[in-house]
Ligand binder design. Sequence first.
Ligand code: ATP
Ligand code: MG
Length: 259
Amino acid sequence: MTEIPKNHPRYESLMAREQIIAGVEKGMTSRQGLIAQGRGEAFDYLIGEKTIDSADYAEAVAVCLLLLAESPVISVNGNAAALSPADLVMLSQLTGAKLEVNLFHRTEERIQKIIDELKENGADVVLGENAEPLLPLDHERAKVERVGIYDADVIFVPLEDGDRCKVLADMKKLVIAVDLNPLSRTAQTAHVSIIDNLKRALPNMIDMIPDFKNMEEEDLWEIVQAYDNNVVLMDAIETMKENLTAKQNEVLGINPDEN
Ligand code: ATP
Ligand code: MG
């Protein structure tokens, strides 16, 4: 890994980049994953590289849904496994959600490498090897495990592609997506769209679990039912617009308070 000084203003983002590169070198992450990371970085810049309040709220709702679900599944791809393997395992253990490796650019070798990585990070069981073409998509992308994603009622999909997200939603599954791009088809189709960096979203969700675990199911349902995903999407877009306007004013030397 390239040495990155801790005081570098882009430290977090550069570290994540190194993790994705290490994922490619280990054979877990696809080369396309490098590009997906770049797209994410660009949107993270626009959101201010922090968890905005509406994302924090979406993360709370996601935790409630995972705790309420009968058969929740966390879908893991090559980028997620490279960025946050330990947190994915922890989220699975604390919510009872199964882990399933599910890849857009599927190869059995990459599936196995990601399973090994999750097991090295403490996972007992990781699904993905026995996937069958059960989704209405072209052959490789259609593959999921019958006892995992296919039978799940709630699916947490960090960095999922738009087509698959839509297919899962069409199958009446509740989809929670983590995607920094509020304009992506994934973010537009999921039921709960977390517009945040996966590396910030997961630890934040893990921190919230003990409080929600102490609550009655009825109260968790109330939180879930009050949720409107469009409000969260609009807030993320609005925040990006405000950040751009603030930067524009700075460049032009305009003080908005004087107008
Ligand atoms: P669509 O959803 O419109 O089909 P896509 O899925 O084809 O788009 P990709 O670039 O393949 O787009 O998906 C990667 C998505 O993941 C991007 O929208 C990017 O913003 C997001 N992303 C990448 N890295 C992260 C990250 N660390 N945290 C959160 N989101 C990320
Ligand atoms: Mg997407």
